[in-house]
Design a protein around this ligand. Structure first.
Ligand SMILES: Cc1ncc(COP(=O)(O)O)c(C=O)c1O
Length: 502
């Protein structure tokens, strides 16, 4: 697509002829011309596949050990550290890359847990399927919320407690046979990595279309099941990073669930099931789950993953669950026994009262109101900056922001990310949500090239700090043209630290 080198910021400014020439010169067409992209390619494990990967002499020293390549999370935090981010200075930074909700008190929500009992029994291993009373509490919550009129009800045998959502995903991936497993792009980045780590199953990515608001095309999925023989379909719903209910509520979700009766296992990652922003006050407190459309809990091969991480705003607890037919749960118990050994015992016990339906309803309403205010605030500030969002999020706490209208090179996610690091702000470049950003394709041709993901998970004051930083970058661009942009990025790695969860 052709771009004009003018800024999409308000007011007029007349860049000098020299600036214009420089701006035009920065109209890179290929990643090789872009400093931000070269830094990315030179980071360990991000060379195009099929050419020798750079061996990081500090890291690749252990015989037989091959680094899987840094994930988006690690790359972004390494780059932030190279720009001075550290845990001691983190309060000076705005982390709009953060894939976690704020964990402190929010208006009208129940008090945050601040201590946990440690009965002697809890010092033992917990079963790899989890503590029975917690499994019962999860089954009860889903029956109460989504299945009051159904004959078939979940029991503890349909629930496996897992130490985090990613653990649930890897337990699942470990028991999928050598079959075609479909996932969509863009979607949660870990799918690509988790699915590729388990060598038996064959991951089949499908590109989602912005024209369909990144929704799963059910008719196409049906066709793919018939023609390609897909045995498993995996999707997040609501979807990260596009912030849409990916398999729209109601009929489409019902239809997707019905495919499970025809021999395809449907895995729905429902971590954002409460993050829905209703237009009508009477709709606060409603959430979305495929559990509503399952007829027989043991016959329909529908698998749900959720947990305390996002909805309960307790990412540090690592208490999550997988729900499905009881013959799946026994398989997950087996893979859990060699993969992770089960979730933390005392925190499983502490989680039980948090699953009480009345408690949940209070949390859900408070969360929806608070996050809706934050979403609307960020969207309105972006609008003031002339960064209107093509497809505003109706769910999750992510904004999938298209930068295409900005002048090059600010219009690509990776350069925008680097420029914001200079302003102590972290966002996530869109290419991390692509099928596999390290593949051979010119990164400039990625459908996610022009995007960044902004999170409105953090508290409002941090969001404002990040938005102020975006404002400063755009102001600088308007004032001085593009000559300062796309270059001068720090490459010296900061002190090694644990990666921030971005
Ligand atoms: C869609 C989705 N599923 C699962 C997870 C991971 O959950 P956990 O942190 O419990 O591993 C995330 C976290 O970002 C997510 O976005």
């Amino acid at each position: 697509m052709a771009h004009t080198p003018q800024l999409a910021v308000s007011g007029t400014s007349t860049p000098s002829f020299r600036d214009i020439v420089r701006d035009v010169m920065k109209h890179y067409k290929h990643e090789k011309e872009s400093e931000a992209h070269q830094i990315f390619r030179n980071a360990g494990g991000h060379k195009p596949k099929g050419v020798p990967q750079i061996v990081d002499p500090d890291e690749e020293t252990v015989p037989g050990i091959e680094h899987p390549g840094s994930t988006g999370v690690i790359y972004c935090s390494d780059r932030a550290m190279a720009n001075g981010f550290s845990y001691t200075s983190s309060h000076e930074w705005a982390n709009l890359g953060q894939g976690a909700p704020e964990v402190g008190p929010i208006p009208d929500a129940p008090e945050r847990p601040n201590s946990i009992p440690l009965p002697t029994d809890s010092l033992e291993y917990a079963p790899t399927t989890g503590v029975k009373a917690l499994r019962e509490a999860v089954a009860n919550l889903y029956n109460h919320t989504y299945r009051q009129e159904k004959n078939s009800q979940y029991t503890y045998e349909n629930v496996c407690i897992v130490p985090g959502g990613r653990s649930g995903l890897s337990r699942l991936a470990a028991v999928i046979g050598d079959v075609y497993t479909s996932y969509q792009v863009p979607d949660y980045t870990a799918y690509d990595q988790v699915l590729s780590s388990f060598k038996r199953l064959v991951p089949i990515p499908t590109a989602l279309n912005p024209k369909d608001k990144y929704r799963l095309d059910i008719e196409q999925t049906k066709k793919d099941i018939r023609t390609q023989g897909l045995a498993v379909v995996l999707a997040s719903n609501p979807r990260n990073p596009t912030g849409q209910v990916g398999v729209i509520r109601g009929n489409d979700l019902k239809e997707l669930v019905s495919l499970s009766k025809e021999g395809t296992t449907i895995i729905l990652d429902e971590f954002y099931s409460w993050y829905i922003y209703p237009e009508n006050n009477s709709d606060y407190g409603k959430s979305i789950s495929s559990a509503k459309y399952v007829d027989d809990v043991n016959e329909d091969s529908v698998v749900i993953i959720d947990g305390l991480t996002k909805n309960w705003r307790l990412p540090g607890w690592r208490v999550c669950w997988v729900i499905g037919p009881k013959n799946l749960i026994t398989a997950l118990s087996q893979s859990g026994s060699f993969l992770d050994g089960g979730a933390n015992h005392p925190l499983q016990l502490a989680a039980i009262p948090l699953l009480d339906p009345l408690h949940v309803q209070q949390e859900k309403i408070a969360l929806q109101k608070h996050f809706k205010v934050k979403r609307d605030h960020v969207l309105s500030r972006l609008k003031d900056l002339h960064l209107e969002v093509d497809i505003p999020p109706t769910s999750t706490f992510y904004i999938w922001l298209n930068l295409e209208k900005l002048p090059a090179p600010l219009n690509n996610g990776l350069t925008f990310f680097e420029e914001l690091l200079k302003e102590q702000t972290i966002v996530i470049p869109g290419i991390f949500f692509d099928i596999n950003p390290a593949h051979r394709r010119n990164l400039f041709n990625s459908p996610c090239h022009h995007f960044v993901r902004l999170s409105f998970g953090p508290p409002l004051k941090d969001l404002d700090k990040g938005l102020d930083a975006i404002g400063r970058v755009l102001k600088r661009a308007k004032k001085s043209g593009m000559s300062e942009f796309g270059q001068g990025y720090k490459t010296a790695a900061g002190l090694p630290e644990e990666p921030a969860q971005v």
